[in-house]
Design a protein. Structure first.
Length: 393
């Protein structure tokens, strides 16, 4: 075991030595007169590195005021449409099934996808079921060999059944009905054969992450945190390992944990299991987190594949809604500068804000019906569109 952990430390140092973040590259190229001279002699490179949207980390923020009825109650149809709107905006595909297929291009009918939620909050500000099940429905719309991925192949999970039920108000389901999403916690089922070191401390990952699931959706929530500053996507994974306290030297523990999970646990095609990061921003805790009551409503979804960029934007939303900025959540910058997990430089982000998302028109409903007939949207997704249209939302 000691040999395995020492190997982990060495491989981490090698990755850090090899990694040059885009942020640092751009600063090196553009700093001072010499940088300007380089940019002048290599205009194509300068435009590509700094100005081309294809080289930027795209983050979509989708909002609708009707998604929130009060601090604790949400409209499932509008939330479902928010998720659909965000993923189709992100990918450029109109049909939900094709949009999610862009994120999961190798998804097969027997693939297992885990949705890692955050149910640590004791005051009704966990990852909301309305968002988690909308994501699950999106996965069920993906065309796969032999049809679609069964809903039973989607698992909503967190560290324990107790957190899911008592705090998140989810219902545990471990059955085999193909049309029912599974939901359960890690509990004591950790993978002791896959232990690794985070900043010199040993952690043990969940078997759900290491063995059960082929792919992971990181579905965090919008909260401040007394130790970390904020808890969004990256910090959500503290609930993926035990003991979580071994990651509470937040900077650099949180980025190092995410770096280890990304490099160690691969999907069947050989890339990291985590394919997308979503922040449930329906409501948030700007003061009193991580266990405090929600302090504001936002009515939104924040979505992207760059976990650092998504967390950066989530932190900005908290700042705009009363978070005092302390502790400063410097681990987001460390994740870029020292680990190359993504970008924390807004100049390297393509942020698309749909506030609010487009209203539900008859044309939109007709498209969803057509997508359903083509096997690219579920009946429930059509129902969400019809409900929103009927209410003039």
């Amino acid at each position: 075991m000691k040999q395995s952990i020492e190997k982990s430390r060495n491989s981490k140092k090698e990755r850090q030595n090899r990694a040059i973040s885009r942020r640092r590259f751009i600063k090196d190229v553009s700093a001072g007169a010499a940088g300007m001279a380089v940019a002048a002699t290599l205009p194509g490179l300068a435009r590509s590195a700094i100005g081309s949207s294809k080289d930027l980390s795209k983050v979509v923020i989708a909002r609708h005021p009707g998604s929130v009825l009060d601090l604790y109650t949400f409209d499932q149809s509008i939330v479902g449409e928010l998720v659909n709107s965000a993923i189709t905006e992100f990918t450029g595909e109109e049909a939900p099934g094709l949009a999610w297929a862009q994120i999961f291009p190798d998804l097969a009918a027997d693939s297992i996808v885990g949705i890692k939620v955050n149910c640590f909050n004791t005051s009704n500000c966990c990852t909301h079921q309305e968002v988690a099940y909308a994501v699950a429905e999106g996965l069920a719309s993906v065309p796969a060999e032999g049809g679609h991925i069964p809903r039973n192949n989607v698992i909503i999970w967190d560290c324990s059944n107790d957190h899911l039920t008592a705090r998140g108000h989810y219902s545990i389901y471990t059955g085999s009905d193909p049309d029912t999403v599974r939901c359960f916690g890690t509990n004591s089922d950790h993978d002791y054969s896959a232990q690794f070191s985070v900043n010199g401390k040993t952690v043990t990952p969940s078997l759900i992450l290491t063995t059960t699931c082929d792919y992971i959706v990181n579905l965090g929530v919008l909260k401040d945190h007394s130790l970390a500053g904020v808890t969004l996507g990256m910090k959500n994974h503290i609930g993926s390992v035990t003991p979580p306290g071994n990651c509470h030297q937040i900077d650099p523990d949180v980025p190092e944990l995410n770096d280890e999970l990304r490099s160690r646990f691969q999907n069947p095609s050989g890339s990291p299991k985590e394919k997308i990061v979503i922040i449930d921003a329906l409501a948030g805790v700007a003061n009193g987190g991580p266990t405090g009551v929600p302090t504001f409503t936002y009515g939104g979804i924040i979505l992207g594949t760059d976990i650092v960029a998504v967390d950066y934007q989530g932190r900005a939303v908290l700042q705009a809604n009363g978070w005092d900025g302390w502790p400063a959540a410097t681990y987001i910058e460390t994740a870029d500068d020292d680990y190359g997990l993504g970008t924390a430089d807004p100049a390297e982000m393509d942020v698309v804000v749909n506030d609010p998302i487009a209203p539900a028109t008859r044309e939109h409903v007709d498209k969803m019906i057509r997508f359903h007939k083509e096997g690219l949207a579920t009946a429930l997704q059509v129902e969400w569109a019809v409900n929103r249209y009927a209410r003039g939302k």
